[in-house]
Write a protein that binds this ligand. Sequence first.
Ligand code: ADQ
Length: 473
Amino acid sequence: MSRLIIISNRVSAPKARADRASQGGLAVALSSALRETNGIWFGWSGNAVDEFSGEIATQVVDGVTTATVDLEEQDVDEYYNGYANRTLWPLFHYRIDLAEFDRQFGSGYERVNERFAATVAPLVEDGDLVWVQDYHLIPLGQQLRSKGVKNKIGFFLHIPWPPHRLITALPYHRRLVQSMLAYDVIGFQTAEWLESFHHYVERELGATIEPDGTIRVGERRVRAGAFPIGIDAGEYDALLETDDARVAFDTLKRSAQGRKSIIGVDRLDYSKGLAERFNGYRRFLEEHPDWLHKVYLLQIAPPSRGEVHTYAHIREELDELSGRINGEFAHVDWVPIRYVNQGYPRGGLAGLFRAADAALVTPLRDGMNLVAKEFVAAQDPADPGVLILSQFAGAAEQMRDAVLVNPYSRDEISDRIREALNMPLDERRRRWERLAAGVRSEDVHWWRKSFIDALTGSDMRGAAGVESASAES
Ligand code: ADQ
């Protein structure tokens, strides 16, 4: 088996075995691949220094080697806070109104990608597979090629790929997309994002798409496919057995006092549709006074990326909105929204998911959304809760048995909440069984294997969206 080199913006340092429960499914899955192949995980250390030295700090924990590099303050401002989080993140989530186009951001982004390439290239040996992760590092493949790396290099985008007309608003968009042709395989979360990518390369780069998913631009051929990411379902079962999970489950059940609970768990980000969710829930309370006192929404959303101004704004907005709704509807013994503005350990979240009667997962746009899959994995098969899922989350492509909702419509959110809270047990079980089967079979290990198979042998059978085409040919 070839050695794997994973490159991402940040490295999720492996934890000792005893602490695995606090590590995300993605980190667990990638760590196990690295362990099996004696691979390396390379990325930014998270530290800012006065001058970039390119010095690599390596660490081996529990059989996984990580290699990290420090960046300069200016790199962090322009590449990470700037181009990645203030230009690409909003634009790729269809928020062109929030996207900032700044020459300095663009040059910082290219500089850091070049620095990453120069630092990691000497670590790459013949036969290694290189797998680049996410929007921070789109041009890295081309930078590695310019440093002489001839290995197979794959790229996976965790966030949506926007429609063709949207991305043309990005200055130098052709240069960015053209750089992607240096990869051997490009992976997206869903067939929808793949299709948008196809449109772009056909219209802007004159590409042709072959039936097996190969993109041809002149002499250059690249494979592109949809590889929907999953969770580590086995690890999730173990998480449910932890003390954190049990305590959280008991606490929620006890404090509910027989009321129905709806849960929302998100990073505090404008893409997650939190204000729209609160307003939809408020509409539900207005339209269904019989449910007052009998239900509450538990929303967990710790702040993220505090340095970006937009995040301070969304935090204020949600504080005010939840305060207003609670002020309007609450009674001495009941508040309609419990808004918790902090992170939670993974085991605790699993216990809360299991104790809840429904989940509101209503992003306005999301590459996939793993919370939807975690909620399903956490349910009691005998009495499962109902997943209300945005039609605009990548997860909606696989999770057709969720109660799908348009997150922009308060009326629809209100109707879907009523439907979920009144859903009979047999329908809840029927839906959940199909959802759980998908979450289990298309898990994070399946995702990783499908991508790596595509990269090694250009075997694209695991990729959604190209499967039928290749089966026909
Ligand atoms: P995120 O936007 O971070 O990830 P998501 O997939 O929903 O979104 O969550 C990732 C992980 O963070 C999950 O394991 C979840 O439990 C955890 N998490 C979320 N909110 C939390 C909270 N309040 N407290 C504690 N933990 C929390 C990006 C893309 C997604 C894509 C993933 C993986 O934006 O669309 O699904 O990458 O590819």
